[in-house]
Design a binder for this molecule. Sequence first.
Ligand code: C2E
Ligand code: MG
Length: 275
Amino acid sequence: MADPRGDQIAEDLEGAVAHGDIEVAYQPEYLIGTGALFGFEALARWTHPEWGPVPPGDFIRTAELNGTIGELGAQVLAIACDVLASWVADGTWSVRMTVNVSALQLADPAFFDVVCQVLESSGVSPQLLCLEITESALASGDLAARALSRLKALGVETSIDDFGTEYSSLSRLQQFPIDYLKINRGFVSGMTDRPVDAAIIDALLGLARSLGIRAVAKGVETQVQLAALEAAGCELGQGFLWSKPLPAAEATRIVEQARRSGVAQPRPRSQGRSG
Ligand code: C2E
Ligand code: MG
């Protein structure tokens, strides 16, 4: 049923984007084998003045429908890159930032320039930025493939979210310069009880391995899931077992802790997979 607040939300979201009221939360990602901090995923947050926090699953869709997604996405990218710049400012170690990108942003011919401008103004090295897209963006055609390939040439990485849950076309993997494949939370939560979920995860990990793509399990909530993922050979993980998405100040504490304990990842490869 349509939300009767829908029109109001669309109008208020437009105002929030215009006033720079969109905030960003950061969820850490870890290397499963060592427990080392690997990076963060930036997740947009919007608190409606009357109704409180609006789930991003709702307002991102609204932004796509009312045409504000380009500006909203650019703001999230800029905020996340500024935060990342502050984390790696001393140049002794690195951490990655993954930013979600809507298919509509990718289809905009200006997208490449938007990313370049943000990289330049933040001073972030392109190798530390990863753009996360969905399978529908994979299907959105040549413009998206070209933008990602040009960004890849600068060193920016690409992640495919929830691979295997939409309309997967394996041939698309050849066209796109993919570095990471994210495994949907539903498969992870089912893998220890449902043989079919475990089989799907094995298949996804095998595919990723053969193509030289790194796998990230999403929604890891229990030690049992973590052990099963490690046994299956999944390299990276993200989920409430480690941490929920956090405000910048709390994420910064995680970064400082990792830096002090010396388990932060080494400097990134200067060249990713060329696709
Ligand atoms: P996503 O990209 O799949 O992001 C992961 C979502 O799973 C986040 O929800 C996160 O809070 C949640 N999550 C992480 N670990 C766990 C866990 O262990 N258990 C459970 N139950 N949930 C977990 P969130 O923040 O509500 O975001 C929802 C979706 O909204 C995102 O899904 C993404 O598709 C979209 N989104 C968020 N920010 C942006 C953005 O800046 N741009 C675009 N285009 N989409 C965004
Ligand atoms: Mg994501």
